[in-house]
Design a protein around this ligand. Structure first.
Ligand SMILES: [Ca+2]
Length: 382
C-alpha cells in the first residue's frame, strides 16, 4: 500500500496497472511499470496528508484536490445501503444516513482509479531503488526500535520475521508518514456510487468496502467523516481496506480498539496476522536464486502459473531451470517469478509460498520483491 514522502516522485501512470488484482487483497496498491507504488504513494504526489482537522460536519472536500460534488445522502443506492446495515448489523439508519449525507463525490478519486496509459515498461531495478534507499532504511530502524517488543511478540505468535513486518509498513506509508489525504467516506462513496466509465466496473467491491467502513466506524464509535486514507479507501500505517480491518485487524495492545491509524502495536500485530492468515510459514525462505530455462517452451511452462507456487524444485530442474543449493533442497512449491528491468535483461527468482503470502497483501511480484529487499537491508543494517 503506501509510500514515502521524501523519495523521488513516482510516475503516476505506471503505478496502476494491475490494481484490480490488488483490490482483492488488503489495500489497493499496485504493481505497475515501475513496480507500483502503493496507494499512499499515489497520494503523496498529490499533496501532503492533511492529518487532522476535517472532522467537522461541515467539512466537504478538505484534504482533497478537485471540487467535491453533491453529497450522496439522497442517492438511492446509498439509502439501500443504510437499510442493509440496519437489517444485517443493527446500525441505525439515521446514523449511516447522516454520514452518507456528507459524503462527497471526488473527481480526483475517479481519475486515480483509471488505468495508466499502455506501453510503459516495468523496471524492477528502478522500483527497488525507490524503496530500498537510506532514508527508508533509517526510518525502518527507528520504527523497529520503537516497536521492538511488539515485533518480538508478533514473531513469537505468528512466525513472521520482524523485518518483513517493518518493511511492509515502510513501503505502505513510510512508517506512517504518508497515510493518504482523502476522506475515506468520500473515496469509497465515489467509487461505490459514481464509479467512472471506461474500465471494468468495480463499484460492487467499493460498495462493500463502504459498508465495512461504516461498520468499523460504528463499532469503534468513530465519526465516519474523520478517517483519512488513500483514494481507494485504504487506512492507516499498514493501509488496510476496511474489510481487512474487520477480518484481520488485531487489538495487539489490548486497549479495546483496533487502531491502525496511530497504534504501532496494533499495526504490527495486524500485518503479521494478515500474512499468517494467507499461509506464511515460519522459517521458510521467501525465494531462491534461479536461472530460467533456456528453452522457450520450458520457460513458458514454468511462467504459466505466474506467481502461484506450482512446481517442486525437482520439476524446476526437469524443465531446465538452475537453482542454487538451498533452492534444490527447498521443501515445498515454487513459482518462477519474472521481473522486467526496462530494456535491460529480466530478473528471475524462485518464489516460495511465503513470497506468495506477501503478494496477498499487494498483488504484485514487484511489491513482494521490494518488501523482501527492504527487509534484507533492514536486517543487515540493524
Ligand atoms: Ca489496540
Amino acid at each position: 500500500m503506501v509510500a514515502p514522502s521524501t523519495g523521488p516522485a513516482l510516475p503516476e501512470a505506471p503505478a496502476r496497472r494491475r490494481w484490480l488484482r490488488k483490490l482483492a487483497g488488503v489495500t489497493a496498491s499496485w504493481t505497475a511499470a515501475l513496480g507500483i507504488p502503493c496507494l499512499a504513494m499515489a497520494n503523496v504526489q498529490r499533496g501532503r496528508p492533511e492529518g487532522a482537522g476535517i472532522a467537522g460536519r461541515a467539512a466537504t472536500t478538505t484534504g482533497q484536490k478537485g471540487p467535491g460534488g453533491p453529497p450522496f445522502g439522497l442517492h438511492p443506492a446509498a439509502r439501500a445501503l443504510t437499510g442493509e446495515l440496519a437489517s444485517q448489523h443493527g446500525i441505525e439508519v439515521q446514523w449511516s444516513l447522516q454520514a452518507l449525507a456528507h459524503a462527497r463525490r471526488v473527481a480526483t478519486v475517479r481519475r486515480l482509479v483509471m488505468p495508466p496509459p499502455a506501453g510503459v515498461p516495468k523496471n524492477w531495478q528502478a522500483y527497488r531503488e525507490r524503496f530500498v534507499e537510506p532514508q527508508r532504511v533509517a526510518g525502518g530502524l527507528d520504527f523497529w526500535a520503537a516497536q521492538a517488543a511488539w515485533l518480538e511478540r508478533a514473531t513469537a505468535r505468528w512466525g513472521v520475521p520482524p523485518e518483513i513486518v517493518v518493511a511492509i509498513v515502510g513501503i505502505e506509508t513510510f512508517y506512517g508518514r504518508i497515510v493518504g489525504s482523502f476522506r475515506v467516506i468520500d473515496a469509497l462513496s465515489t467509487l461505490a456510487f459514481d464509479f467512472p466509465p471506461g474500465r471494468r466496473d468495480r463499484s460492487a467491491f467499493f460498495r462493500d468496502e463502504l459498508a465495512q467502513f461504516l461498520r468499523w466506524c460504528h463499532r469503534e464509535r468513530l465519526d465516519p467523516l474523520t478517517p483519512l486514507g488513500s483514494y481507494a479507501g485504504a487506512i492507516g500505517l499498514p493501509q488496510f481496506m476496511p474489510s481487512s480491518i474487520l477480518r484481520f485487524g488485531v487489538d495487539f495492545d489490548g486497549d479495546g480498539h483496533v487502531d491502525l491509524r496511530t497504534s504501532g502495536a496494533d499495526t504490527v500485530g495486524s500485518v503479521a496476522n494478515y500474512l499468517a492468515a494467507f499461509g506464511w510459514t515460519p522459517g521458510l525462505p521467501t525465494h531462491h536464486a534461479v536461472q530460467p530455462p533456456d528453452d522457450p517452451a520450458d520457460r513458458a511452462a514454468l511462467l504459466a502459473p505466474d506467481i502461484v507456487p506450482s512446481f517442486t524444485a525437482a520439476q524446476f530442474v526437469e524443465r531446465g531451470a538452475r537453482l542454487d543449493t538451498a533452492g534444490l533442497a527447498h521443501d515445498g512449491l515454487l513459482a518462477l517469478v519474472e521481473l522486467e528491468n526496462g530494456g535491460a535483461p529480466r530478473s528471475f527468482v524462485a518464489g516460495s509460498t511465503n513470497f506468495y503470502a506477501i503478494t496477498r497483501y499487494n498483488w504484485s511480484s514487484y511489491y513482494a520483491m521490494a518488501v523482501i529487499s527492504l527487509a534484507e537491508a533492514l536486517r543487515a543494517a540493524r
